[in-house]
Write a protein that binds this ligand. Structure first.
Ligand code: NDP
Length: 396
């Protein structure tokens, strides 16, 4: 049996993880659950999965959670320890009672706890791509130094992980990541200034949290995935290609030196990669639909459009630059996405805010997680200033 800490249990990946646990017929136990502010969903998860510890982002949430659990008739003697804040996240990610951590908090808020879980040599199922975008070098050094098992949950990297098992890493020539193209694949560039948050949140193939959905619409998400792939599998950016595949059935392809290409194909259901991260190197039946090969189907593969979606190219440049560039990229994008969702900036201004923040922040080489978090804070401040200076520029 595996005992899990789930960081980000109330989100899209978190709830899918708990569904895998629910259907796992006793293969998994939950040690701890961590959420941000969604007290209602966390309360029902506590009643169902009975973790020993539950964590919220802020102290105020703990009081409401206590009231909800009491109102549901849970005796005080059966309450989990109720904690809050970053040090509590680190505590549940490093606790000896949990052998496996699912890292599914969105953004840099999940960085330190994930890093510390790695330093404890745990199995970490990594969904939170911002961990590698912000702190890739330090995180991968910790994986090697502490013999941790880092298994990607992100479907493209999970697909690549599977394809790489088929051959010798020395014989791999490149990785091809697929991208759905998002909701604006067929929208003319000139119309992007008028798109609304509601249109951008309407992803054609995946149901995910707000940040990653907007990042998919701008292609920033694919840029983050290029960076994530470089760190996970030891590629340089020029060895990672992106191809638009609107059907999202082929998740990744690995090309070997003889030109042979292996692809990983499965339903668009995150429970498959989540379960793989829990069971690797073994496989077991997953609660996801199988592809019906008796049905005729049409799969397209198209080149990306760098002029229309410039954040993808910016991600390549940041990974090539190294140092703090990708950390700044992530922090600025988080603020720009929030501001777009709050209707403070237009969709094309997401790129402008991110690239201007990069231009105004000094380049550094962070040597600790603390330094990364400091660069992240400064970049957010700078991005917020730039958003304020654009106030009123929204046309949608
Ligand atoms: P969601 O927005 O759905 O969920 C985010 C989770 O993080 C929620 O549980 C949220 O809690 C929690 N959270 C946010 N801030 C804090 C904090 N300060 N402390 C503790 N918990 C916090 O995002 P997704 O599940 O879609 O994505 C999670 C990560 O996985 C992202 O990095 C994303 O890029 C990545 N990913 C997601 C995929 C998907 O299919 N969804 C696919 C591949 C990668 P609450 O809701 O309670 O506030």
């Amino acid at each position: 049996m595996k005992t899990l800490t789930v960081l980000g249990s109330t989100g899209s990946i978190g709830t899918n993880t708990l569904d895998v646990v629910r259907r796992g017929a006793g293969q998994y136990a939950i040690f701890a659950l961590a959420a941000g502010r969604n007290v209602g969903v966390l309360a029902s998860q506590i009643l169902e999965f009975r973790p020993r510890v539950a964590v919220l982002a802020e102290a105020a949430g703990v009081k409401i959670l206590t009231e909800k659990l009491e109102a549901n008739g849970l005796p005080r003697s059966e309450f989990p320890d109720l904690l809050w804040g970053n040090s509590a996240l680190v505590r549940i990610a490093t606790a000896p009672e949990a052998d496996t951590v699912i890292s599914a908090i969105v953004g840099v808020a999940g960085l330190e706890a994930t890093y510390e879980a790695i330093r404890c040599g745990k199995r970490v199922g990594l969904a939170n791509k911002e961990v590698l975008v912000s702190g890739g070098r330090l995180v991968m050094e910790a994986v090697a130094a502490h013999n941790a098992l880092l298994v990607p949950v992100d479907s493209e990297h999970n697909g690549a992980h599977q394809c790489l098992r088929a051959g010798n890493r020395m014989e791999v020539s490149r990785l091809i990541l697929t991208a759905s193209g998002g909701p604006f694949r067929n929208t003319p560039k000139e119309s992007l200034a008028r798109v609304t948050p509601e249109q951008a949140l309407n992803h054609p193939t995946w149901r995910m949290g707000n940040r990653i959905t907007i990042d998919s619409a701008t292609m920033m998400n694919k840029g983050f995935e290029v960076i994530e792939a470089c760190w996970l599998f030891g590629f340089v950016p020029s060895q990672v290609d992106v191809v638009i595949h609107p059907q999202s059935s082929v998740h990744a392809m690995i090309e070997y030196s003889d030109g042979s290409v292996l692809a990983q194909i499965s339903a668009t259901d995150m429970r498959m990669p989540i379960q793989y991260a829990l069971t690797y190197p073994e496989r077991s039946g997953a609660p996801v639909p199988k592809i019906d090969w008796t049905q005729s189907r049409h799969w397209e593969f198209l080149p990306p459009e760098p002029d229309k979606f410039p954040l993808l190219q910016l991600a390549y440049q940041c990974q090539e630059a190294g140092g703090s560039a990708t950390c700044i990229l992530n922090a600025a994008d988080e603020i720009a996405v929030e501001s777009f969702l709050a209707r403070q900036i237009s969709f094309p201004s997401i790129y402008e805010v991110v690239s201007e923040t990069l231009g105004r922040m000094p380049q550094r080489t962070p040597d600790t997680i603390g330094e990364i978090l400091e660069i992240d804070r400064e970049s957010r401040m700078k991005a917020r200033e730039l958003v304020r200076s654009r106030a009123g520029a929204v046309t949608a």
